[in-house]
Design a protein around this ligand. Structure first.
Ligand code: NAI
Length: 246
């Protein structure tokens, strides 16, 4: 029970990687708040965690809306205590070749993936600074490091998340807060299930471990980074990609 008595917020916790991260942290004893634009999905995922005898609650949150973020973070202090752990996981794709990309597709992806991570980290840091401890993990992506056809908006947002991670890490280190990023490769979730079988096979050929990742592969890395075992690790990007990028 490494995370006993800690309060953790996982954005985008209703499904996929976020949900698995929430289950992992709850399994280690944390009270996990699953926050998602799909509020019902977040609550039903939290319900399953509670049914397993662990602590969780679900809340609706649009990470790109500063007012929403403020009220969810205020709620955490009222209902629990200041936050110990933040996982900025909420993210979307709106793919298309750069030459034809609509401004709205650029804005929405940047607003959720990058601005959303900033807004949540800002609120979390305020709570963590008072207690002089805390851990923030931002979910970046392999394509934020290497780029990807059809993902100008998404790769720019994830490269931005990496820059944000390093700057926050420097700004809050003296307050006992660590900030790291996990950069997943291609993980088997709804986000990648839209790829057709031919594209999936081509991807797998580029992965030395010869499979897509599972959400658990990411969740275990996050659990390590927010635990006391990682207390001397900050400002790092942990690549969890089956060796696709070395
Ligand atoms: P997913 O699409 O299965 O889940 C994303 C979750 O975020 C959903 O529950 C959705 O409702 C929520 N969400 C969307 N917009 C939101 C908003 N404005 N506010 C709050 N919640 C919102 O995606 P998946 O695959 O679980 O991805 C999770 C994270 O991992 C994302 O940041 C994604 O970019 C990143 N990632 C995923 C990879 C993959 O291969 N699946 C690879 C690399 C990174």
């Amino acid at each position: 029970m490494e995370l006993k008595d800690r309060v953790a917020l996982v954005t985008g916790g209703a499904q996929g990687i976020g949900r698995t991260i929430a289950e992992e942290l709850a399994g280690l004893g944390a009270h996990v708040v699953l926050a998602d634009i799909n509020g019902e999905g977040a609550e039903s995922a939290a319900e399953k965690i509670r049914a397993a005898g662990q602590k969780a609650s679900g809340v609706r949150l649009d990470v790109s809306c500063a007012q929403d973020v403020q009220s969810v973070f205020d709620g955490i202090i009222k209902e629990h205590k200041p936050l110990d752990i933040l996982v900025n996981n909420a993210g979307i794709t709106r793919d298309g070749l750069m030459i034809r990309m609509k401004e709205d597709d650029w804005n929405r992806v940047l607003d959720i993936n990058l601005k959303g991570s900033f807004l949540c980290a800002q609120q979390a840091a305020k709570q963590m600074m008072k207690q002089k401890k805390g851990a923030i993990v931002n979910i970046a992506s392999i394509v934020g490091v290497m780029g990807n056809f059809g993902q100008a908006n998404y790769s720019a947002s994830k490269a931005g998340v990496i820059g944000l991670t390093k700057t926050l890490a420097r700004e809050v280190a003296s307050r006992g807060i660590t900030v790291n990023a996990v950069a997943p490769g291609f993980i088997d979730t709804e986000m990648t299930r839209v790829l057709d079988e031919g594209v999936r096979q081509k991807l797998i050929e580029q992965i030395p471990l010869a499979r897509l990742g599972e959400p658990e592969d990411i969740a275990r890395s996050v659990a390590f980074l927010v635990s006391d075992r990682a207390s001397y690790i900050t400002g790092q990007v942990i690549n969890v990609n089956g060796g696709m990028l070395m």
